[in-house]
Design a protein around this ligand. Structure first.
Ligand SMILES: C[S@@+](CC[C@H](N)C(=O)[O-])C[C@H]1O[C@@H](n2cnc3c(N)ncnc32)[C@H](O)[C@@H]1O
Length: 199
């Protein structure tokens, strides 16, 4: 059954020209909660191989901009023929990230993060590493989001997850935990949505 569901999204992504089936974890959330809009500037953290950036570019259209960052850059993100997509090869944990991004946009309307650490097999340390990435994503959102902006971030439920969710709740008018159908039921992966960033 799990394999059947995964095959379904794999085939769908191939048919719709997305490099990864993870795109539907953003599509589903956007269709339900309207995360992106025409003309938005979007920051995509952990953008490789580019599905979320491509989908965002379609939604924000030619007047929008998508800036993606990833540790990997082997494959160039295909242009969607819609909004401009800029892919940056960098570590979001590095202190130079903010000045680097300032070259492309001073502030963003939306920050999305599908970042995942390299897993070691040690459940506890993998979860901690994932949470470090989420905290940094939230820090970047805090520095770079416009007032009223949106945040959508992958998190692995575990120790300290509640604290992370609380810190999102403090900064946004509306916060919700989202579990898309395209995310495996048995996986501890969930997504935290924050809408309406408050300065
Ligand atoms: C699941 S993939 C993202 C898939 C992407 N959303 C898509 O749909 O094509 C997670 C990505 O997070 C990136 N990543 C992990 N740690 C990072 C870091 N410190 N800085 C930048 N990217 C990071 C990984 O290199 C990996 O490509």
């Amino acid at each position: 059954m799990v394999k059947k569901v995964q095959d379904y999204y794999f085939k769908k992504a191939k048919k719709e020209n997305y490099p990864a089936r993870s795109v539907y974890k953003l599509v589903e959330a956007h269709e339900k909660h309207t995360i992106l809009k025409s003309g938005d500037k979007v920051l995509d953290l952990g953008c490789h191989p580019g599905s979320w950036s491509l989908y965002s570019a379609k939604i924000v259209g030619p007047s929008g901009l998508v800036v993606g960052i990833d540790l990997k850059n082997e494959k160039k993100i295909q242009q969607a023929g819609k909004a401009k997509i800029i892919a940056i090869f960098a570590d979001i944990m590095a202190p130079e990230t903010i000045p680097l991004l300032a070259e492309y946009a001073e502030k963003f309307d939306v920050v999305i993060s599908d970042m995942a650490p390299k897993t070691t097999g040690n459940k506890w340390s993998d979860q901690q590493h994932s949470l470090d990435l989420c905290r940094q994503a939230l820090f970047l959102a805090d520095q770079l989001l416009k007032t009223g902006g949106n945040f959508y971030c992958k998190v692995f439920e575990g120790e300290d997850f509640k604290l992370f969710f609380e810190s999102v709740r403090e900064k946004f008018e509306f916060a919700k935990i989202v579990k898309p159908k395209s995310s495996r039921k048995e996986s501890r992966e969930v997504f935290v949505l924050g809408k309406g960033f408050m300065q």
